[in-house]
Design a protein around this ligand. Structure first.
Ligand code: VGL
Ligand code: ZN
Length: 191
């Protein structure tokens, strides 16, 4: 399958942040190794003058998802902290649009579309086709892709540039995304 990065395409890089990588508070296996792949995509999308979006988990210190409040996750990506920074190996162009998410203390929000202006921004830029990569396959990548499908975007998940928390739930996530109409692709599929 050949898919082209047309001008009304967007690359959505989900949560490539220090805390989700080696040495962080919620490390996701494979995080560090997908970053060079994501940088290759950034180059491709920059050349095509496509839109580049980077989302970041941007929690208040007392976020509901933290174990300190009975949630499932160790504290991570606290806004303004070192762990919430984009990974130093990620090469974001200055034009990249930064979307902060899950900023409300009492609300979990895995999708980059949830309570953000991402859909608004993409609509303004007439984006029809989104390519999604990043972390975590079974949480924020999945939720972002499902929302993109619901919102009517042609949705492509870049399977060579995602990393998941759990192997089985990541496989299930990709199956569900396929069923909902997502396209799974790798660098070789993209022109
Ligand atoms: C995520 C767990 C908790 C993610 C965010 O970015 O997939 N996972 N917060
Ligand atoms: Zn989080």
């Amino acid at each position: 399958m050949k898919l082209s990065v047309v001008k009304n395409s967007a690359l959505i890089i989900v949560d490539v942040q220090v805390d989700f990588c080696e040495g962080g508070s919620l490390p996701v296996e494979g995080c560090t190794s997908i970053i060079p792949k994501i940088n290759d995509y950034v180059k491709l999308f920059t050349e095509a003058q496509a839109t580049i979006v980077a989302s970041r988990d941007w929690h208040p210190e007392n976020h509901i998802s933290f174990t300190t409040r009975g949630g499932p996750w160790p504290p991570h990506c606290v806004k303004g902290s070192k762990g919430a920074e984009f990974h130093p190996n990620l090469k974001l162009p200055k034009e990249a649009i930064i979307i902060s998410k899950a900023t409300e203390p009492d609300q979990e929000a895995y999708s980059a579309f949830e309570n953000t202006n991402l859909h608004y921004v993409l609509t303004l830029k007439k984006v029809k086709r989104v390519f999604i990569c990043g972390i975590a396959t079974d949480y924020c990548v999945k939720a972002t892709a499902l929302d993109a499908l619901k919102l009517g975007y042609e949705t492509i998940v870049l399977t060579d540039a995602i990393a998941g928390v759990n192997k089985q739930t990541s496989e299930e996530a990709l199956k569900q995304l396929l069923k909902e109409g997502a396209i799974l692709a790798t660098k070789e599929d993209i022109t």
